[in-house]
Design a protein around this ligand. Structure first.
Ligand code: ATP
Ligand code: MG
Length: 143
């Protein structure tokens, strides 16, 4: 996993924990990836993953606490764009299960529960960390 603390090359952002602000992170990641020369389809993957990670941080991590923040870093080391999304919550409390896409398409189960699945499928690396009173998802997309 890449270290996102690449001195001098890291973009850091602190967003209010409010649905809608995920778009700011999404656009920023796209802009950075474009500057770095990522292909258009990879930029779309990054945008979706960043948006889902931020929405999870807002909804499940910070749980409507308007004082809480979403902290985002983005860094490129020459090969991969490493993005971390941190919230002030307790992290994922239950084992993750693979969504049943067919049963969702057929309407046999609700449409939710796809965010992490999308992140894992669209990014090259995805890790969850729980350092103290914070939860971080770290993702890498290679150019
Ligand atoms: N940052 C987080 N903090 C705490 N729990 C989380 C966090 N991110 C995800 N989770 C837990 O993992 C579950 C699965 O997340 P996932 O994004 O896959 O689905 P969802 O958010 O429930 O629905 P969707 O993303 O499809 O709208 C969530 O329902 C939540 O219980
Ligand atoms: Mg989600």
């Amino acid at each position: 996993m890449l270290d996102v603390k690449l001195k001098g090359k890291t973009i850091a952002m602190v967003l209010p924990s409010k649905v809608g602000f995920e778009r700011v992170a999404m656009e920023c990641s796209a802009s950075y990836a474009r500057i770095l020369g990522f292909a258009a389809d990879k930029i779309e993957d990054i945008k979706t993953a960043v948006s889902e990670a931020c929405l999870n941080a807002i909804e499940h991590g910070n749980k409507g606490n308007t004082e809480a923040k979403v902290h985002i870093t983005m860094a490129f080391d020459g090969q991969g764009l490493a993005i971390s999304v941190k919230d002030e919550g307790q992290g994922i409390s239950h084992p993750l299960k693979e969504p049943n896409i067919e049963s969702k398409i057929e309407g046999l189960e609700g449409p939710r529960g796809l965010g992490i699945f999308l992140m894992q499928n669209l990014m090259d690396e995805v890790e969850f960390e729980k350092p103290g009173n914070e939860h971080v998802v770290k993702m890498v997309k290679y150019r």
